[in-house]
Design a protein around this ligand. Structure first.
Ligand code: PLP
Length: 380
């Protein structure tokens, strides 16, 4: 079975599972307990924190472990919401993940002004529009580093600078970027960033919030209250196995062959070239060709139902433009933001490759897809 839905999630690597194993039973102690076993658990967390920090080009004390990017992002928006006297304008891009868009909508319900930045037809945030809308009233700018549906890469540093020039904070949703492009908290000059381990061969239900300067520099009231763990920003007993798994996944990321991204780019390009050659004007590639994640290829196939392709294709797991869309026929907000016609989503499939993909798998996939398209068109 081929798995071509890596942007939805990745398998938890065997090495990661192995590293986590002791912390379920033998070394189960609470990382806050003062006894020896507790100190050992705390030590494992400290090692993982250093590993994650190194991957993000951050300092260990700037990493707050959470249950994933959704929670990390919610913490940022809830913090702002709770701030008693603050600017009341927020800027997000129109192609953010729902974790950001719904958090922004919450602020809007509470009286904030929210501006949703337009993107170019090939899915890149319009910097001129950003410069026009970010003002002295703006409290927070939140833009993703890379898009989950179409893989486009956003100009993070210029946006962070625009935010800071106006005295606003900058949050980046870096979930899809980690492992697929260079990620650096220092180079990106961001205040906050959200991450999930399950996109980089780590376990589900664990992630991180990067806070520039660490929780002591958190500018707003703390939204969650409890035992004070994670600098008081994410109280609650630490998920030691998950944290160890995240740390190990980051270690593997640092140690993987240096040409990993080049290899995956060339295999993705090979796939794209073949599909364009076979389907010519019947296939439309969505998203900027150079500012795009190396593993992502999102295509609209003329007059062919994506839902039917996905249910018909043999031996392959494939995504719609976003995993969250399920089987719905609705065109996602991302495709709409590109200005594509309202029914485009019906024909869009997202092909997102795992790091381990091979040329043989690409060849097999092309055959499986061709068979599925032929079958679907015959049904029609
Ligand atoms: N942001 C982006 C860009 C994502 O792709 C995802 C997950 O698909 C999330 C946020 C949310 O991550 P999680 O579901 O792990 O909280």
């Amino acid at each position: 079975m081929l798995y071509f839905d890596a942007n939805a999630t990745t398998p938890c690597a065997p090495e990661v599972q192995e590293a986590m194993r002791p912390y379920w039973s033998g070394a189960f102690a609470n990382a806050s307990s003062p006894h020896r076993a507790g100190r050992m658990a705390a030590q494992a967390v400290a090692v993982a924190r250093r590993s994650v920090a190194e991957c993000l080009d951050a300092r260990p004390q700037e990493i707050v472990f959470t249950s994933g990017a959704t929670e990390s992002t919610n913490l940022v928006f809830w913090g702002l919401l709770l701030a008693p006297r603050t600017r009341r304008h927020v800027v997000v891009s129109s192609i953010e993940h729902k974790a950001v868009l719904e958090s922004a909508a919450l602020l809007e319900e509470q009286g904030f002004d929210v501006t949703r930045l337009p993107v170019t037809p090939d899915g890149v945030v319009d910097l001129d529009a950003a410069a026009r809308v970010i003002t002295q009233e703006t409290a927070l700018v939140s833009v993703q580093a890379a898009n989950n549906e179409i893989g486009t890469i956003q100009p993070v540093l210029p946006l962070a600078r625009l935010a800071h020039q106006a005295g606003a904070f900058f949050h980046v949703d870096a979930v899809q970027a980690l492992g697929k492009m260079p990620v650096s908290m220092r180079d990106w000059e961001c205040d906050f960033a959200s991450f999930s381990a399950h996109k980089i061969y780590g376990p589900k239900g664990i992630g991180a919030l990067f806070v520039n300067g660490g929780p002591l520099r958190w500018p707003w009231p703390r939204p969650l209250r409890g035992g004070g763990q994670e600098g008081g920003l994410r109280p609650g007993t630490l998920n030691v196995p998950g944290i160890v798994g995240f740390g190990t996944a980051c270690e593997m990321l640092r140690r993987r062959p240096v040409n990993t991204l080049e290899t995956i780019t060339s295999l993705r390009n090979l796939l794209e070239k073949n599909l364009v050659h076979i389907y010519k004007d019947d296939i439309f590639i969505i998203g900027n060709s150079s500012l795009r994640l190396p593993n992502t290829l999102t295509v609209a196939i003329k007059d062919t139902s994506a839902e039917l392709i996905i249910s018909t294709i043999k031996n392959c797991m494939l995504g719609r433009s976003s995993a969250c869309m399920g089987n719905s026929k609705i065109t996602s907000h991302v495709l709409k933001a590109l200005g594509l016609p309202d029914n485009t989503g019906e024909n869009v499939i997202r092909i997102s490759l795992l790091e381990s993909v091979t040329q043989d798998e690409i060849t097999k996939f092309i055959h499986f897809l061709q068979d599925a398209i032929t079958t679907v068109r015959r049904i029609k």
